[in-house]
Design a protein around this ligand. Sequence first.
Ligand code: SF4
Length: 268
Amino acid sequence: MPTSLSTPSLQTAIPPQIATAKTAPLQEIFSSIQGEGVYVGKRQIFVRFAHCHLKCAYCDTPMTSTTGKCHVEAIPGSSQHVLFENPMTPDVLLGILTQLNQTARHHSISFTGGEPLLYHGFLKSVFPEAQRLAPVYLETSGTQAEFLAEVLPWVDIIAMDIKLPSATQEADQFENHRRFYDAAQQNPNTEIYIKLVFNNDTTQAELEAVKEIVNDRKTPIILQPETSLADRTVYIQPRRMFEIENTLAAHFEDVRIIPQTHKMLNVL
Ligand code: SF4
């Protein structure tokens, strides 16, 4: 085991009132296409939560909405929003999801953030009903195994990050990732794939850590080149990108390089 697999649990850093609350602060709810990962291009309803416990250097997600209220885009792509009060109750969210789901055929409902698992008490009330509308797709930093365990029975797909310090500029989360990945394996009906944001500085030791955390070689690995939101600069040379892909492809069965595609279309 690499010596870097030593980050202490994050749970102590999270205020307990957030995790157990039955309401949650939401930033926006809208219907669009998935821009990342295995299901890129699929139509989804997105529920974006406020706040995150991490501080990735490349993060381009606002941590709260501009008004503090939840912006609900009634007509997809219109940028016209109806404002809902925060924090939101499960009943209000489920009413919005039911209405939005009637506007188009959706592959799944993406719960994203920020970090949605901060609000696992709220999600526990939402997921069983949401799953009746469409499969539940959880986008997460993949660092809070205990919170995942609370809601795992109702999660159909997990898009799990493994945070590489070369990209986040933060301490590694490898031990938390290992515990999270193991927890996710407890539900055989839950599909999981891994997303790695990487750049020129990504190291061999980081790739070795990924191999150690993800012990099922069939788990898809999505390499997402770090890209500037401002000017679309890609922080990796093509040659290095293929070296990294080749290293992981020698171990995992399904490795793909997929940039964030929704930004090309200027959609949410
Ligand atoms: S985990 Fe995601 S939302 Fe949180 S800081 Fe990192 S990139 Fe941003």
